[in-house]
Design a binder for this molecule. Sequence first.
Ligand code: GDP
Length: 197
Amino acid sequence: MSSPLRLTFVQSASRTDQLPGSPIEVAFVGRSNVGKSSLVNALANRKQLARVSNTPGRTQLINLFEVESARTELGTMVDLPGYGFAKAAKNIKRDWPEMIEGYLLERDNLAMVFVLVDGAIGPTTLDVQMLDWLRYNGVPHTVVATKFDKVKSSKRATRKKELAGGCQLDQGDVVWVSATKGDGIDALRSLVRNWVG
Ligand code: GDP
């Protein structure tokens, strides 16, 4: 088993230009409720680092963490606000695309964006739109399918095929994880460490 990522919360911001510079950064993005907070907590083996919550508003900011490593200049990891929360206030819904798009297009040294897709139901239309947008803008990204434990063993082969196909990817390009059961967490930690470890 790989050791947990040691993450230190640095700052929340509503715009890219409010964030401190970073030598190298990875980001996590996904539809609200996709399991992003649970995954960030699982990567760090912490319970409350990212807030697991169904309350809109709390996670509507860009959250930046430093990743402890042997580097002199520490790499960073960003937890982006979830997109498409039906119950979010109107202004939040209006603001997120600008906030997220601004971040993804303007952030210097953004090396990899991990796009979370719900493994049980994804990709949704919004996920596909996000992936198309990332491809169109040439933003490097990796699809992470969450909640692997929710897919019955008998359905896993089909679900993996469907999800990869829906994302226009080969099955081997998708990283499957379960924050609850721990599947794939080591593999994802290694991918993150490849960039910022
Ligand atoms: P976020 O809105 O993307 O940050 O999602 P959360 O981490 O708050 O999770 C949304 C819901 O999905 C919560 O009820 C979590 O308990 C649940 N969840 C998250 N990850 C998993 C997982 O790996 N397996 C299962 N079964 N449920 C999960």
